[in-house]
Design a protein around this ligand. Sequence first.
Ligand code: 0L1
Ligand code: MG
Length: 265
Amino acid sequence: MKSVTAEWMDQVAEELFEAERQAQEVDKMTARFPQLQAENAYEIQRKLIKIKEEREQTRRSGYKLGLTSRAKQEMMGVHEPTYGVLLENMQLFEGEQVSIIPFIHAKIEPEIAFVFDKEVKGPAITTAAILDATAYIAPAMEVIDSRYRNFNFTLADVIADNSSSSRYIFGEKLYRTNEVDLRLMGMVFKKNGEIESTSAGASVMGHPARAVAWMANKLTATGQSIQPGDVVLSGALAGAVTIAPGDHFSVQFDGIGSLDITFKE
Ligand code: 0L1
Ligand code: MG
C-alpha cells in the first residue's frame, strides 16, 4: 500500500488553500489517495493552518468541533467528531452585512461558543474540567464552506479541509456555565423570521462540554492545548442551512440570549 509522503501532504494543503482563496471547489483528496487516514489528514490540516497564518497574516483564535450530531456521524459512517482551527480573520461581528462573494457554497449552523480563561491540558480531560476552565458561554453561528465539490467528502477529506470551517460569530454577553443547564438549554434557529429548526444543548454529544473535552484530549495527543482566550465552537445543534444573498439568520437560546446575522451579494 502506498504511504502518504510529506510532499503530497504539502501539495494537498496548498491546493485546499488555493481552493478557498479562489472560491473554487475541488475534488476530494481521497479520490486520488483513498488510503488517507485521519492522522495524516490532521497533519495536512496543521500545514494548511500554517500557510493561512503566514499568507493571511492572521493567528489562531480557537477551535471548532465538527460532526458532533449522531445524524451527521451516521451519514459519514463514523463514531467520533472532528476538530478544526479557528483563525482571527474568520470572526464576524453582529451588525455587519456579510458578503457571500468569498464563499463557494456556504451554509450556516447554530452553535454554542465556549470562551476559556484557563489552559486546558490533558491527559484525561473531563466535561467538568472544561466547565471549570470556561470563562463564559455564548450563542454562536458557524459558516461552513467545504472546499470539496458538492460538500462530497470522507472523514479524512473533511479533516484536511479544516472541518469545512469558514467564518464564525458569537455573542458578547457573558454567561457563566453554572447559570444554565447546557444539556436542557433550548434553541430556536430562524431564517428570514421563519423557524428553521429547534433543538437543545444535549443534541451535541449529550452535552456540549463533552464534545469540547473530547477535542481537548485529542489535542493533547499532538502536544496542543486549549489556551486562555481561546473560543471553541462546540458543534452544531441542528442542520446547516444554505446561505443566499439577503438572508437573515438568528439563533436564540434559553438563558443566554440571541445572535443575528445578515448576508448580502
Ligand atoms: O461544523 C461542522 O459540523 C461541519 C463539519 C464538516 C461537515 C460538513 O461540512 O458538513
Ligand atoms: Mg459547526
